[in-house]
Design a binder for this molecule. Structure first.
Ligand code: ADP
Length: 402
């Protein structure tokens, strides 16, 4: 069965067509500038054929129509008819407290997503618009919502509660939710398979532009670093991560910003970009560090130190750790960041192989010494495949509901 995986933002839409029988990606593409002038679709097949359409897409509906056109294009597509799409998997940012796993989409699911849109105002409108458009343009094709949050729904209340009045939590659902769930799920499942043990305590470090860490016990998430929104936790590319809430108000007044601007500022202008006052991209920062840029060095050191502290606290939460896994653009590629994080970790039973860390790697790669009590692993994430797996599993389990 071919699964179309859709990851929609407010003005962009990424997609992949995956043949789930052998878990191969047939093609991937991007619709850019939805709702703006100068829209375009770019697509690339697994065998290297590229395709581009320059066309404005006033709404997500026109974007989906363009995607379907590109998928079946004689020269650049991968299928000859839309009927070859067995199901669509939609990445949806927020489940609220309503869903604890992925769901087959029906009218009620759409209604609940609309109710929860206020929890993710930047992403949810695009996610919902895409779901509605797909249902309109591809009637009868089963669709599944795969949430960024549900992998973390196994966190116990003591982990997800903030120190605020219980009634306020209940009324407004203000609590830790966690994000990047599709990645944490995929990577932890692969790590569990690799470890091959019945019981496991794993810390997943997903380090990309956005970064988060999760603590996974026997395959279930018990804690994670992101919170009510993806702003909490690590120092990321442009996000501040943890910060004293009182400092936020102080900063807002001093910089003369509105509350909305302040949240935007903490999301877009802070993190490693803010500290370095240079860039958010790890490759640019590494180059600057090699040229002696001290603020770039401080930005990366502060980010690494925060990761190290979360690893320590999650090891405590898990009651020990069997494996630490690095994934995401930085986790998979930056030996510099991994080295800073893993220095002086012998207290935890880690014997890190610093030479192995510097090697080029492709696929799962072990960075700990054979005698290390804790395994340290680099494991490439694949969020689209994770969504496709979930979609296929639900659609085959409940064809009648689809
Ligand atoms: P997103 O969160 O947008 O999915 P990615 O997981 O693609 O982001 O990660 C992007 C980050 O990975 C950027 O900071 C980028 O510089 C970093 N990165 C990618 N390749 C390398 C590399 N070879 N060395 C160091 N950092 C890298």
């Amino acid at each position: 069965m071919n699964i179309l995986v859709i990851n929609a933002g407010s003005s962009s839409l990424k997609y992949q067509l995956i043949d789930i029988a052998n878990e191969t990606m047939l093609l991937k593409g991007l619709c850019d500038r939805i709702g703006m002038k100068g829209g375009s679709l770019t697509q690339k097949t697994a065998d290297g054929r590229s395709f581009r359409i320059d066309e404005d897409m006033p709404t997500h509906k026109e974007a989906i129509e363009l995607v379907l056109k590109a998928l079946v294009d004689k020269e650049a597509g991968a299928i000859s008819s839309v009927s070859e799409i067995g199901a669509v998997g939609h990445r949806v940012l927020h489940s609220g407290e309503d869903f604890h796993s992925s769901v087959v989409i029906d009218d009620e699911v759409v209604r609940i997503c609309e109710k929860n849109a206020e929890l993710g105002p930047l992403h949810m409108p695009g996610n919902i618009a895409c779901i509605k458009s797909c249902r309109e343009v591809m009637p009868g094709v089963p669709m599944v919502a795969v949430f960024d949050t549900t992998f973390h729904s196994t966190m116990p209340p003591k982990a997800y509660m903030y120190g605020i009045p219980y009634s306020v939590y209940q009324q407004y659902k203000i609590r830790k939710y966690g994000f990047h769930g599709t990645s944490h799920k995929f990577v932890s499942e692969e790590a569990v398979k690799y470890l091959g043990a019945e019981h496991s305590r794993i810390i997943i470090c997903h380090l990309g532009n956005g970064s988060s860490i999760s603590a996974v016990k026997d395959g279930k998430c018990i804690d994670t670093s992101m919170g009510f929104t993806p702003l909490e936790g690590l120092i990321m590319g442009t996000r501040s991560g943890d910060i004293d809430p009182a400092a936020v108000e102080f900063l807002r007044v001093k910089l003369g910003m509105t509350p909305e601007d302040t949240v935007q500022y903490l999301n877009k202008k802070c993190g490693m970009l803010g500290i370095s006052e240079l860039d958010s991209d790890m490759r640019v920062l590494e180059k600057a560090i090699s040229e002696g840029n001290e603020k770039a060095a401080l930005a990366v050191e502060a980010a690494a130190y925060r990761i190290k502290k979360y690893i320590g606290s999650f090891a405590a939460a898990l009651g020990g750790v069997d494996a630490i896994v690095f994934t995401g653009g930085i986790g998979e590629n930056s030996s510099y960041m991994r080295r800073l994080v893993m220095e002086d970790m012998d207290y935890l039973g880690v014997v890190f192989d610093f030479e192995e860390n510097e090697k080029r790697m492709d696929g799962l790669h072990v960075l700990s010494d054979p005698e290390s009590y804790v395994k340290v692993i680099v494991l490439p994430t694949n969020e689209e495949l994770s969504i496709a797996r979930e979609t296929a599993a639900l659609v085959s389990a409940a064809p009648a509901m689809a």
